[in-house]
Design a binder for this molecule. Structure first.
Ligand code: DX5
Ligand code: ZN
Length: 221
């Protein structure tokens, strides 16, 4: 399976985002991971659809919008119109509203012709989202508690990655994208890939590197 690296612009300098995504593309990134935080589902507030709209002309890479927000349905239209290529929403935020909200949100995302995905936090069993796997283009397993970059990888998540890949195979979707987000480093990337993930989000590992292109290549290898 093709391993894809999705640098998280959460770790970037927000005053120069257009140039940053341009550089990331040159450095071999496969997707641009956009961490959207609302100050409620998670403490910090980062940016909304306007940021995606503004960086859209600077790169051809897919924009991967990770919505760490309450009531995600209210924002789907804006992110779709801003040019997001994939939108992922948290199981935990949806579950608070109703048992069907996650599935409805995924269908709403698809109705705009945008790829969709479900996300679970480190303490939530991956089985919680098995029922929506057939709808998802990607599933995202958090390997840190969402909110901040630069945290330590939680190794217990590797078991969930294995289960997710096994289940994807079981339902006839062996090539499904399984994304891991948080604390990814050149040291743990191999174990993550071996467990069955193929999309690796990397904030600090790319932005703190002296040579980001080399860091991306090393993560993929
Ligand atoms: C955490 C974000 C992650 C984070 C990744 O809430 O969803 O994307 O920025 O950053 P690192 O790679 O530094 O853990
Ligand atoms: Zn993220």
């Amino acid at each position: 399976m093709q391993i894809k690296i999705a640098p998280s612009i959460l770790s970037a300098d927000f005053s120069d985002m257009g140039e940053t995504v341009k550089k990331l593309e040159k450095c071999g990134a496969d997707l641009i991971h956009c961490d959207v935080m609302d100050g409620s589902f998670v403490e910090p507030i980062t940016f909304g659809a306007q940021m995606l709209k503004n960086i859209r002309p600077f790169t051809k890479l897919p924009l991967d919008a990770h919505l760490m927000i309450e009531h995600p349905q209210t924002q789907i239209k804006f992110f779709a119109e801003a040019g997001a290529d994939i939108i992922t929403v948290h199981y935990e935020a949806c579950k608070k509203i109703s048992d069907t909200y996650l599935e409805e949100t995924l269908r709403l995302i698809k109705s705009y012709g945008v790829k969709c995905g479900a996300v679970v936090n480190p303490d939530v069993p991956v089985e919680s989202i098995f029922s929506v796997f057939p709808l998802c283009d990607m599933v995202l397993l958090m390997s840190v508690y969402p909110g901040y970059g630069g945290q330590q990888f939680i190794p217990e998540v590797l078991e969930k990655v294995k289960k997710a890949r096994e289940y994807a195979i079981e339902i006839g979707r062996p090539d499904m994208d399984i994304e891991i987000d948080g604390g990814v480093t050149e040291e743990n990337a191999q174990a993550i890939i071996e467990a069955g993930a193929n999309v690796l989000v990397a904030g600090s590992a790319v932005f703190n590197a002296v040579n980001p292109a080399k860091a991306i290549a090393n993560l993929k290898r």
